[in-house]
Ligand binder design. Structure first.
Ligand code: PRP
Length: 187
């Protein structure tokens, strides 16, 4: 799906498909170089990271394994002690594995900080993070993102895996939603 297909609900495009493709290629080249000769497991956080995982993994020039986790983060935006619960766990034993967590976006950083700690606790040999997007102004928890894509402003973005009420995940670029689309809910 493209911007033109949902233009009534989109304010403007933020990151084009071409920009996403070129950034992911650049990041994938770096990851391929860093992990060549090592056994790498990509861990994607459902559902938002799926689009990023597909594009990123196909741009790699090394073989990798993939696994998935579904997490949900609770807690008010103003507290830094949000609890993360596992909705669906990995099917892989991560002991001794080199892991790269693949995220579409790091917002408060809570999901990621929890997951990095959890994978280390389970005995991973190394845990690094790949994130296509970051909202630095929303960060509450310090977490080290080794492979970084685009920094974006604190706006309501959808597309390339990101949703509003489960819609727009299949938009092929990243765009800012018109406030009218979600205003009713914010009031
Ligand atoms: C989003 C995103 C990250 C998380 C980032 O997932 O995919 O996993 O939020 O937020 P944080 O940095 O504040 O923890 P979401 O919970 O919206 O689920 P989804 O991927 O299924 O849409």
């Amino acid at each position: 799906m493209q911007i033109a297909d949902v233009q009534d609900e989109i304010d403007h495009e933020l990151v084009t498909k071409a920009q996403i493709d070129s950034k992911i290629k650049e990041m994938a080249a770096q990851v391929s170089e860093d992990y060549r000769g090592r056994d790498l497991l990509l861990v994607a956080v459902l559902k938002g990271a799926v689009n990023t995982l597909v594009a990123f993994s196909q741009a790699l020039s090394i073989p990798v394994q993939m696994d998935f986790m579904s997490l949900s983060s609770y807690g008010a935006g103003t507290t830094s002690s949000g609890t993360v619960t596992v909705r669906q766990d990995l099917s892989t034993d991560v002991r001794g594995r080199h892991i790269l967590i693949v995220e579409d976006i790091v917002d408060s950083g809570r999901t990621l900080a929890w997951l990095v700690d959890e994978l280390k606790r389970r005995g991973a040999a190394s845990v690094e993070v790949f994130a296509l997007l970051e909202k630095p102004s929303r960060r509450e928890v310090d977490v080290d993102v080794k492979y970084r894509g685009y920094e974006i402003p604190d706006e309501f973005v959808v597309g390339f895996g990101l949703d509003y009420a489960e819609r727009f995940r299949n938009l092929d670029s990243i765009a800012v939603l018109k406030p009218a689309v979600y205003q009713g809910e914010q009031a």
